[in-house]
Design a protein around this ligand. Sequence first.
Ligand code: AHR
Length: 507
Amino acid sequence: MTTLTAVIDLDLPGPTISRHVYGHFAEHLGRCIYGGFWVGEDSPVPNVRGIRSDVVEALRALRIPNLRWPGGCFADDYHWRDGIGPRDQRPRMVNSHWGDVVEDNAFGTHEFMDLCELLGAVPYVSGNVGSGSVREMSEWIEYLTRADDSPMAALRRENGREDPWTVPFWGIGNEAWGCGGNLRVEQFASLARQYSTYVREHAGNDLYRVAAGASDHDLHWTEVLMQSFDALDAGDGPAQPFQGISLHYYTMTGPWSDKGSATRFTEDEWYVALARAAVMDTLLDRHGAVMDRYDPKKRVGLVVDEWGTWWNVEQGTNPGFLHQQNTLRDALVATTHLDAFHRHADRVAMANIAQTVNVLQAMILTDPATGALVLTPSYHVFEMNTGHHDASALAVHLKGDVPTRDVEGTPLALLSASASTTGSSALVSLSNLDADEPLTLVLDLRGREVAGHAARVLTAATLDAHNTPQRPEHVAPAKFDGVRPHARGLEVELPPHSYVTVELALH
Ligand code: AHR
């Protein structure tokens, strides 16, 4: 049997892994904003100006770089002026996409910007193309970022905020092929150019505008959006008319009509989920190849601003609220995606897992009755990976036979790996996707002297292990002692269904 070896040249740093690929997403959907982030100032749940303190404290450990808001599909129904001014005078609206519930607009622009400041995250505002207007979007960015006495800056001051905010990221529409207007890409590409023109840079606020991009394998959408640019390969200026285009991809084991259960799944479904997560790498290759044809200098970023697992909702919950549990399987879906983002660091500028609290592949679940907070296995992956933020990607070359399993007619590699370096340290991420078997791997570490290592593991006895208020630490990272010195560097014994990080101190 050949030994499986991962060769890593520690002295050949590649492109920077933007911390923004660790972005998050908070939509007015179910209990993400209301109950998740926002409880209101009068709530018995401890809060700062209405925002839950425990949620903020837990998320600060993830060093969330950016937060996307207010949607999703909700963004193309959202009219920002409804969410400013005295809360008791704000108009109500129907959240027709998500549960058909009445939204009272208690959480609006000021509350979102306050949340970002509490989290230490920068805002990624998703503007309304589907049912909004160019003027509405133009006035929103003026309201947020203008310093002088312009009409919108004056209105912001009337509402209690003197200084402009910094808003680096701006979405031009969302899923324009679907809930964002059911548009044809040719029509949307023109609209995106038009809207982008009026999303202006006020008071030195540099903007990274993201045009609503493709779903899954829709390469035509990406191609037509790339044709919207004028002479991308000329000069050294920033990409125009927008700087990024998005891509959405969700992982499920069934069709949309029956996506699979979050917690009750077979071993086969474990592999199906991970194989479908691995599709992200293929999507980045394919959409990236289309972008390369128009943009060989990689000025336009690919922004995966919605990704993650999407399961059938938990029994007894509102089907429109997308509330699901989160198991060890979700954690490995996350590591598989994050490895793919690291490997494509030269093109992937940003990514946002959907969604931060109580919705889809959440970091945090809160109990509606008791308010108790639970950190999910996915949360722990994001915490274990903070060392990759803004580090330089390192290529991981696998030598030997990587075990595979045939899943839906395609071989799934049962090891996912990526690495990065800051110069003085390196972080190696290793996921053993095998449900039953351990995996021995030699890390052949070249080019730098390794002064020491520390490893952590995220695993559990069963594939469906998850955290609850009764067992909040059932799946949590632990110190890992399965790393031994080896003539070539280190030897790692990966437990079955596990995620291991090895941090290396470099001389
Ligand atoms: O994240 C949930 C929904 O998924 C978003 O609102 C939409 O953009 C996507 O279809």
